[in-house]
Design a protein around this ligand. Structure first.
Ligand code: GLC
Length: 441
């Protein structure tokens, strides 16, 4: 398998200089595919990262995971290698999830990996390993904190139904928690070199009683500080103030989404759980994930695909073949994804178009019998080939006014380009035909 490290195939590395504005998103738009990593104490119960909420576990019960968290098989270079071989160009790593446990050696809390049996900073080795593979670095940081003593209990909190806990928490001051939140973001943006993407999660002002948003997080102040510390960093849209990227989650948008420059990124799990979920059988197939990636790029979006490593520090075995299958497809078809985006041409049924400069890519989600008819492309294509093996695809323009006769083709509209396809569908997750356009639209 060819490793696709370095800048996206055919893509120009976005300059390191502070450019702000549209250029700030350039690398992310080119990258198209990233790895999301959800890893924390919740990997021990292995029942989804919201286990503390779902099972209403209090700190005393949840501390058992803190007291036993010892990922002795943790090797981030293995994870980074899988990501690079899967064709992923950036990573987003959970620094702290809603449980409040920090993977790095924060000076602001003892609820961190260096104080657990793990006994070391787990974030820095991940950043270094992924950076060494040429991936851009994103940090996920939860705005919620179900462990912090000043985080007010609300309708999302594990103790949301515990009258005693609610009464005892009456005096909590969310502004003191916000100071902590801002202080930790400061640590993350000053201690780990260039950070390319801050992925905050999440605001819920009107969803539950005591819901929190921009006032609670002091989002405007936080965002200004983020931009001051790392002017080129991309910020997502979950601070309850406008961000750089729209982040639909666990669904495929039916059309291009709004957002600055129209860039959006669908974050998706492999099985419906972000954190390791041992007994979960709801796994998406590699073919489905490749179709999700293609579908998203055809609408101007990225795919941030999640893995949930287990408590020993290993990618779960079921994730590895999926990543390898995606890597196989990306090795052969990466140039239809990297730096590619929507086309003004309209694809036929069961197909998606992605376009990059004078190359138009036809992604066939179904394999038709013998021919593919491309309306509006007659006279616009100088050559066509199957992308996976570079084999020619013959083209013809059928005169719509000629009488169809027996096996002589008819019934195609004016201006249609007809491709002749092999009967056998190519043995790849999604076959792609590369069209060389005569001129870029
Ligand atoms: C939701 C979930 C959170 C997960 C995030 C990933 O916000 O609450 O657990 O980390 O989605 O996008």
């Amino acid at each position: 398998m060819v490793r696709t490290t370095g800048s996206p195939a055919g893509g120009e590395e976005t300059s390191g200089a502070s450019t702000g504005g549209r250029d700030r998103l350039g690398w992310l738009r080119e990258a198209r595919l990233g790895m999301f990593i959800h890893w924390g104490l919740y990997s021990m119960p292995a029942r989804h990262e919201w286990v503390k909420h779902a099972e209403r576990l209090d700190d005393a019960a949840y501390d058992t995971y803190f007291e036993h968290f010892d990922p002795d098989l943790f090797d981030p270079e293995v994870w980074a290698d899988h990501a690079a071989r899967a064709g992923m160009k950036y990573v987003v790593i959970t620094t702290k999830h809603h449980e409040g446990f920090c993977l790095w050696d924060s000076a602001l809390t003892d609820y961190k990996a260096t104080r657990a049996p793990a006994g070391r900073d787990l974030l820095r080795p991940m950043i270094e390993a992924f950076r060494a593979e040429g991936l851009r670095i994103g940090l996920y940081h939860s705005l919620l904190d179900w462990h912090h003593p000043e985080f007010p209990i609300d309708g999302m909190h594990p103790q949301r139904d515990d009258a005693g806990a609610i009464a005892a928490a009456k005096g909590r001051d969310v502004s003191k928690y916000a100071d902590y939140l801002h202080g930790q973001v400061e640590e993350l943006l000053t201690q780990f070199g260039r950070i390319d993407y801050m992925w905050f999660d999440f605001s819920y002002r009107q969803r539950v009683w005591g819901g929190k948003g921009r006032q609670d997080w002091r989002s405007e102040e936080l965002l200004a500080r983020v931009r001051e510390l790392q002017p080129d960093v991309v910020v997502n849209d979950r601070l309850d103030v406008p961000g750089d990227v729209t982040t639909p989650e666990e669904y495929q948008p039916a059309a291009p989404m709004a957002g600055d420059d129209g860039l959006w990124e669908a974050c998706q799990t492999l099985n419906g759980s972000w954190g390791y979920d041992r007994d979960n059988l709801n796994w998406k197939s590699p073919d489905m994930i490749v179709r999700m990636l293609v579908d998203g790029v055809s609408k101007g979006g990225n795919l941030l695909l999640n893995v949930g490593p287990n408590a020993r520090g290993r990618l779960e075995p079921r994730a590895v073949p999926v990543l390898e299958a995606i890597g196989e497809w990306m090795t052969l078809h990466g140039r239809s994804i990297y730096r590619a985006g929507p086309s003004e041409f309209v694809p036929p049924a069961d197909c998606r178009f992605t376009q990059r400069d004078d190359r138009l890519y036809v992604h066939l989600f179904a394999w038709p019998l013998g021919h593919l008819h491309l309306r509006g492309l007659a006279g616009k294509v100088r050559y066509a080939q199957l992308l996976h093996d570079g084999s020619e695809i013959r083209m013809q323009v059928i005169d719509p006014h000629e009488q169809a006769q027996n096996t002589k083709l008819g019934g195609v509209g004016e201006g249609t380009l007809t491709l002749t396809l092999p009967i056998q569908r190519p043995a790849v997750a999604v076959p792609v035909i590369e069209l060389f356009l005569r001129q870029v639209r």
